[in-house]
Write a protein that binds this ligand. Structure first.
Ligand code: FES
Ligand code: FES
Length: 188
């Protein structure tokens, strides 16, 4: 099939079979290898991209379904040499180690912010009639809302701190967390 995908603001023509996933189209056909293939069946979130502003596992979506939609990958978040605020926050809060899950984590975090702004509740929202605003978003809310993105390096403290910084909260220092854990004998 001949299709045209709108990726990171560019029209990208493709000739592909209907069975090709969006992830494979991005990585193998368009050379956008920022989106990662972790599990290839919807369990890790490494392939997360934004489609019309919503986060989507690109390994579970067919490329031919995405014509006429705006696809944004990790490569499309920065503006020239200026990183997206979420990318900056991940760097400043040690939100990654090996980096394999990071593109998906950042895309999911960008979408998380928009979901909260729209008033979306999560599984841990106590009052569904008054979902939390960004300024009051708790650790538990952030963790739950990012629970579809796994990090095998377990950089979760830094990831939560990065989201807190991006939404204007004062994040705890990841090093402070380590020191607290050590003082409590949690890390031997
Ligand atoms: S590669 Fe898509 S969810 Fe794991
Ligand atoms: S930083 Fe290595 S898997 Fe997340």
């Amino acid at each position: 099939m001949n299709i045209i995908l709108n990726v990171n603001g560019e029209q990208r023509p493709l000739s592909i079979e209907p069975r090709v996933t969006l992830l494979d189209a991005l990585r193998e056909r368009l050379g956008l290898v920022g989106s990662k293939k972790g599990c290839d069946h919807g369990q890790c979130g490494a392939c997360t991209v934004l489609i019309d502003g919503q986060r989507v596992y690109s390994c579970l979506s067919l490329a031919v379904m995405q014509e006429d939609k705006k696809i944004v990958t990790i490569e499309g978040l920065a503006t020239g040499d200026t990183l997206h605020p979420m990318q900056t926050a991940f760097i400043e809060n040690d939100g990654f180690q090996c980096g394999y899950c990071t593109p998906g984590q950042i895309c999911a975090s960008v979408a998380l912010l928009e979901e909260v702004k729209r008033g979306c509740a999560s599984a841990v929202t106590s009052d569904l009639n008054t979902p939390p605003q960004l300024v009051e978003l708790s650790d538990a809310e952030i963790k739950e809302r990012l629970s579809g993105n796994l990090c095998r390096c377990s950089a979760y403290n830094g990831i939560v701190a990065a989201v807190q910084q991006a939404i204007g909260q004062k994040p705890p220092s990841p090093m402070a967390n380590v020191m607290v854990s050590e003082s409590q004998g949690i890390l031997a």
